[in-house]
Ligand binder design. Sequence first.
Ligand code: ADP
Ligand code: ADP
Length: 234
Amino acid sequence: EDVLRLTGLRKAYNPGTPLELEVLHGLDLRLQRGELTALIGPSGSGKSTLLNVIGLLDSPTDGELYLLGRPTRDMNDEARTRLRNEAIGFVFQFHHLISAFSVLDNVLMPLMIRHGKPTAEDIELARGLLAEVGLADFAGQKANQLSGGQQQRVAIARALVTRPALLLADEPTGNLDTRTAESVFELFRRINREYGCAVLVVTHDPRLSSSCRRSIELVDGRIVSDSGEAFNQP
Ligand code: ADP
Ligand code: ADP
């Protein structure tokens, strides 16, 4: 089953104005359950734009985007938000943790947004994810007491707490040192193996991307190479 499918996907900023700038020029792509895929390409090639569109944070100008088999073009905002919360987890370069909250409450946040007060089950799940990212003993600490690498791991646990089918990560290791970046990537590999969610991760680091089974290169808003293409033909 495809977690994600793009057909002829285009994205222009400021469409219909003199400032119109098309940055994604008709992309076709399929991501299957359990695929760990790196998205690489030079700065300005459209990687962040693509991630925002896939994450339903921004709308395509043309083409179609199917998430979990559902076409999204004609969805209203409410339906898009519901599908986003159901299907997608996000990890950004700057993790946007709430520094005054505990590590555990940061991880619980997406569930609290969803249904208010966390249940005992929620807390068990969040603690399990903290253990998974190596931070079981830090649950009660304030987020700002942790190191950069630790905070990024909290952000990964938070992104997984809703059990997303697709995890999107935009340069999650961009401000980490090499060793810490490698450990965060190792964590993505393990999550991908254990939870079976598809992971799409933007990275500038060729060593990290080459450790992914599939890597997609975007140049000037077009996919110029895709090492997984052969597996993905019907
Ligand atoms: P990358 O993530 O590969 O660096 P981006 O998706 O950030 O690429 O940017 C692709 C192109 O879109 C760039 O030319 C950038 O200047 C332009 N762009 C990004 N965001 C906006 C925006 N909000 N409005 C107008 N142009 C934008
Ligand atoms: P910092 O941000 O200060 O570098 P980290 O908490 O990221 O500290 O940990 C530093 C190193 O510890 C990592 O590079 C990694 O080698 C190791 N490490 C700690 N916990 C884990 C973990 N759960 N998974 C993998 N490596 C880990």
